[in-house]
Design a protein around this ligand. Structure first.
Ligand SMILES: Cc1cc2nc3c(=O)[nH]c(=O)nc-3n(C[C@H](O)[C@H](O)[C@H](O)COP(=O)(O)OP(=O)(O)OC[C@H]3O[C@@H](n4cnc5c(N)ncnc54)[C@H](O)[C@@H]3O)c2cc1C
Length: 506
């Protein structure tokens, strides 16, 4: 067992975790960042090309009004303004680590970044900040002192073997969201581990019913970079046009068509200017086509929808203050690990807000954790875990996926189906409880995390008996003012739920 200590432990080294580490280190405290993969390449930003919510001061009021309009009453203008401002003031500070391009007028462009270079730059910035970076060191559980306070974490050394234990003053969970191993680009390490660890320690989750975002990709490929598909033409197997057009109802229309049979796409309408830019803005987009000898601008190819769960969904750990602390003292959350309701409400913050959220909450949490840790005395006594579930096998993972991936169960919801899925997921959970610990402790905990996350998502979806934002139910098709509230969940074995009235701080 390797034993280390620090003031702030950051779990997860994606977009949120790296920004959190830099912000914590700026406060002069000792910071360790552990990642399940390799910080700089793991997580969903590293493979994507994130556009940030990048809004000049004069346009902010209108931008916030617009997003409040699609948040269905669950977002908060003050949090939106904070995220926009933090994004605006932070990105230019990265110019030593990322070559921001200029437009024809010579103005530096900060909004859209190439994921691989962005994360590589952030990794270097983390290292230059004096943070200890431990790659391939997944966290498995949080640890507590005799009074139940979270004062550490335990994990596994994937490459060197054996366990690690880190004593800490505060923890930032930046473990990303959970797409239930859906072959979404870059999501293989995002299995909801942070939700499980925090929930075992007593943390509340929020907005878990808004967890069913789906993204288009070529069938058989994980390349979920979707911009070009807005120029696509869609056909059925007999080459009949399906009349699927881009816009708010695109995913639902495509999903309905996919439930009837294969759907094909041709990208012949992508403008020449965009085709010319693609190699520099989305360098990996064409790879799956090239490998198969398909020219997507001329040939039709089959498409599919990949479920994203809470990644470009909304739900996650509930934040209770401006420092992004969860309901467990000393445990902070950032990025997709945290519920994004404060800025996105009931709809995905995709295409801008999500990155701004990760960047901002990362920094708020990192700083908040550092300030808290500075006020705390180090704990030297014995540490204990939370007796979490750790078991599982490939068959149980398939059973979880069979409930949360299908379009006709998760995108198109109904009360009866949600109840059926919950019964099956409860059975999976019971089996996990009794399952022997496998030789791979990480996969065992990942399985438990995915099962727990699926149960939270569907428990919340079953309790919100209305349709709102991305949560659409055929048995309750209208939005109901009775549910103008956040749905908070707590508990791992027994899930408790409560509706919390929305307080607008504007
Ligand atoms: C294809 C795609 C395109 C996107 N495009 C945009 C866009 O244009 N604009 C936008 O705003 N948003 C976009 N998003 C969303 C955005 O990328 C995410 O919101 C953002 O990456 C979240 O950052 P994060 O750090 O919370 O999670 P991630 O970047 O996923 O990082 C999570 C990290 O935690 C690590 N981890 C997980 N579990 C553990 C554990 N147990 N122990 C240690 N480490 C762990 C992972 O290895 C990973 O490094 C896109 C998402 C996808 C999938």
């Amino acid at each position: 067992m390797t034993e280390l200590h620090c003031d702030v432990l950051i779990v997860g080294g994606g977009l949120a975790g790296t920004w959190a580490a830099v912000a914590a280190a700026r406060e002069g405290v000792k910071v360790i960042l552990v990642d399940k993969g390799y910080c700089g390449t793991s997580g969903v930003t590293a493979t994507a090309g994130p556009g940030h919510w990048w809004v000049p001061p004069a346009a902010r009021e209108a931008a916030i009004e617009k997003r409040l309009g699609t948040a269905y009453g669950l977002a908060d203008a003050r949090w939106m303004a904070r995220a926009i401002d933090t994004t605006w003031t932070s990105l230019p500070g990265l110019s030593d680590y990322y070559a921001f391009p200029q437009n024809h007028q010579g103005e530096t462009q900060y909004r859209g970044l190439r994921g691989p270079e962005y994360l590589r730059g952030l990794r270097q910035r983390v290292l230059d900040s004096g943070v200890t970076l431990l790659d391939h060191h997944p966290a498995l559980e949080l640890l507590r002192d005799d009074n139940g306070n979270v004062v550490g974490a335990r994990g596994w050394r994937r490459q060197a073997g054996g366990d690690w234990l880190i004593r800490t003053g505060a923890v930032v969970l930046a473990t990303g969201g959970c797409a239930f191993l859906s072959r979404l680009l870059g999501n293989h390490t995002n299995t909801g581990d942070g939700y499980l660890m925090a929930a075992e320690a007593g943390a509340e989750l929020s907005g878990m019913e808004f967890s069913n975002y789906y993204c288009i990709a070529a069938a058989g490929s994980s390349m979920t970079r979707s911009m070009v598909y807005s120029f696509g033409e869609y056909f059925d197997a007999a080459d009949r046009p399906l009349g699927i057009s881009t816009g708010p109802g695109f995913t639902e229309a495509l999903a309905r068509a996919l439930l009837n049979g294969p759907v094909y796409c041709r990208l012949n309408r992508v403008p020449q200017a965009i085709r010319a830019q693609l190699p520099s803005i989305q360098p990996n987009l064409m790879l799956p086509f090239d490998r198969r000898g398909i020219d997507p601008y001329r040939h039709r190819f089959a498409v599919t929808l990949h479920p994203e769960g809470t990644i470009r969904g909304v739900g996650g750990l509930r934040l209770i203050d401006d420092d992004c602390q969860t309901t467990v003292p000393g445990v902070f959350a950032a990025g997709d690990a945290a519920s994004r309701e404060p800025i996105a409400g009931a709809t995905s913050g995709g295409g801008a807000q999500n990155s701004a959220w990760a960047l901002s909450t990362g920094q708020w949490a990192g700083r908040g954790a550092a300030l808290l840790a500075r006020r705390k005395a180090a704990y030297h006594g014995a540490l204990r875990g939370f007796e979490g579930v750790a078991g599982g096998n490939a068959e149980l993972i398939r059973r979880i996926q069979a409930q949360v991936h299908p379009l006709d169960k998760n995108l198109f919801r109904s009360g009866d189906q949600l109840d059926r899925s919950l019964r099956e997921l409860d059975n999976v959970w019971d089996q996990l409880r009794g399952a022997p610990i496998t030789t791979n402790p990480l996969r065992a905990r990942e399985t438990a995390a995915m099962a727990a996350t699926a149960r939270w998502c569907y428990t919340a979806a079953a309790l919100r008996k209305e349709s709102r934002g991305m949560h659409q139910r055929s048995d309750t098709p209208a939005q109901n003012p009775r549910y103008d509230a956040h749905l908070r969940l707590q508990g791992v074995d027994q899930i408790q739920a409560r509706f919390d009235p929305v307080i607008h701080e504007r």
